[in-house]
Design a protein around this ligand. Sequence first.
Ligand SMILES: [Zn+2]
Length: 305
Amino acid sequence: MANSIISSKALQSEAAAYAWVEARVWPNGPVCPHCGGFDRIGKMAGKATRIGLYKCYQCRKQFTVKVGTVFEDSHVPMNLWLQAMYLLCSSKKGISSNQLSRTLGVTLKTAWFMSHRIREAMRVVGVGPMGGAGEVVEVDETFYGKHEGHTKEKRQGHMNVVMTLVERGTGSARSFHVDGTRLADVAPVVRENIKRDTALMTDNAGWYTKVGREFASHETVNHTIDEYVRGNVHTNTVEGYYSVFKRGMKGTYQHCKEKHLHRYLAEFDFRYSNRVRLGVNDVERTERAVKGIVGKRLTYATPRH
Ligand SMILES: [Zn+2]
């Protein structure tokens, strides 16, 4: 029989899904999210007991692995969460809430909240700057969608600016929704996210000239005179990233509100940074997203589902 991932137990049974998530979130056994205790914890059993329920005998409180994660307060069965995560992690150009709603048999509203919570799980936190001696980081920006309130023809000044840093080779991608292309908009992102001993490569946009001097080297290609590659100097890697991002935003998501743009960027960054070329397959990518559920909550109101 074919070894279909869709038939796997963790995607089919809620109990198996809990066990799968627990093994990733608690590699050394359950930890109480209320008091941090781990040595006096019992699994609740019995027919009337919720799946995945534990009791901490140190603080006498109950919990599941959902507490303190993006899944908290959600009534969506854990195997459906894993199905949604697998679909978002394995689809290079994303998966729309409409598609998710049909495939999972949940309402569009539920699918929408699930996908945003999964994007939150994909968001990278607590990482230091990228690059370093001998490394190349390509920096570029692209214009996406209109600012709210602008209905006229698309002009760059009316569009959202996305800035992306990609470390060449085995590196990752980091994208930011920035206010514009002034030095004050781009310089802090470059300074905070790239080590100074990195070789920087950009196009010849003027906003990188000044901040570029702070790095080991800064080389540019001049797109306005049709120069795209000069030896080792190019921005093809970051442009490759944008081509996937744009095809996904156009073909899958169709549009997104300005206030949510950073969430979609986190999603495309996550898949790029955990790509097949780095030896990460779809299941491993899903595992990494599951590990990202911990310690994150969405800040805007989320209805109960
Ligand atoms: Zn406790």
